[in-house]
Design a protein around this ligand. Structure first.
Ligand SMILES: [Zn+2]
Length: 307
């Protein structure tokens, strides 16, 4: 298949186009990246009919939750929502400024609230696509959005044909949530990885399967996409996105290795939380809040407490 040279272009809510050769600062921090808080939310054109939408995650550290949407002649597919009804409404409105086509599919790539709590703002009648594990978790949760009975279940792979476009919904293995779905666009060679890929955000393991997450990343990289899109952190140009998924893979390996080193040395978990040396990853977004969680989750996996 031909490699396309695809430039990113900002749309609508922002004023300037990305300069031809933007010096990309490799960070999830918008300010360090040279952006302003008021630049968000924003829509980015990734390919002819493929866009990402970036809005801020809740909490004191500013970083983006990133959606992908695919526009076809027979409707739009959206890869997950934002964290509140108001924020997902803004996503729906941003899609409306790009196309009059209706939203037909919403893929629940991660069942976490920052991607599902606003789903009530999607139009009635959309078809939700979800992994069975995510569906069960949402149904069990005391609060939050519940998938409708007619949701389409994908446990391995399902191909959709929409307006002449092939869209593959993939389960690459348990990673950040256990029900992680990805969206592959074979024609455009784009892979939206949701929370399997956190761009310059410290590996977040509250509900993760650390070693299986590495395998999922190997599968993603083996697909040799031109553009990898993260569920948190910025949308990158194709070659940079390839470097950044590699960088994230290395970060996840390093975090698992550090927790494993402490576990093997017999360091009790509470001491390990204090002793962990994250090296260059200590400066990544969420390192201070997610570092201790990573220690506990890797310890749990090594102790065979994760089923
Ligand atoms: Zn998330």
């Amino acid at each position: 298949m031909l490699r396309q040279s695809i430039g990113l272009a900002l749309l609508a809510s922002t004023t300037a186009a990305v300069p031809e050769r933007q010096a990309v600062v490799r960070t999830a921090d918008p300010i360090a990246r040279g952006l302003k808080v008021s630049d968000f939310p924003r829509t980015i054109k990734v390919a002819d009919n493929v866009y990402t939408y970036e809005d801020f995650h809740a909490g004191p550290e500013k970083f983006t939750t990133t959606n992908m949407f695919v526009v076809t002649e027979d409707g739009v597919l959206v890869a997950h929502g934002q964290g509140s009804a108001a924020e997902t409404q803004k996503l729906v409105d941003a899609i409306r400024t790009v196309t009059p086509q209706p939203i037909k599919y919403v893929v629940i790539c991660s069942e976490h609230g920052d991607h599902t709590a606003g789903n009530a703002s999607f139009p009635a009648g959309v078809t939700y696509i979800i992994h069975p594990t995510s569906k069960a978790l949402l149904e069990r949760a005391p609060n939050g959005w519940k998938p409708p009975a007619g949701a389409m279940l994908v446990s391995e792979k399902h191909s959709i044909r929409l307006g002449g476009e092939n869209i593959d919904i993939l389960f690459l293995g348990r990673a950040h949530t256990g029900g992680d779905l990805s969206v592959s666009l074979p024609r455009q060679r784009i892979l939206f990885l949701s929370e399997t890929f956190l761009n310059r955000v410290f590996p977040a393991m509250r509900s993760a399967y650390p070693s299986e997450w590495l395998t999922a990343l190997e599968r993603a990289e083996a697909m040799k996409a031109d553009i990898y899109i993260a569920g948190h952190g910025f949308t990158e140009q194709g070659p940079v996105s390839n470097e950044e998924i590699r960088a994230y893979h290395k970060a996840l390996e390093a975090v698992i290795a550090e927790a494993t080193r402490l576990h093997r040395a017999g360091v009790p978990v509470e001491d390990a939380v204090r002793q962990a040396n994250w090296g260059e990853y200590a400066s990544w977004t969420l390192a201070s809040s997610q570092g201790p969680i990573a220690i506990r989750t890797v310890y749990a996996e090594l102790n065979r407490q994760i089923k």
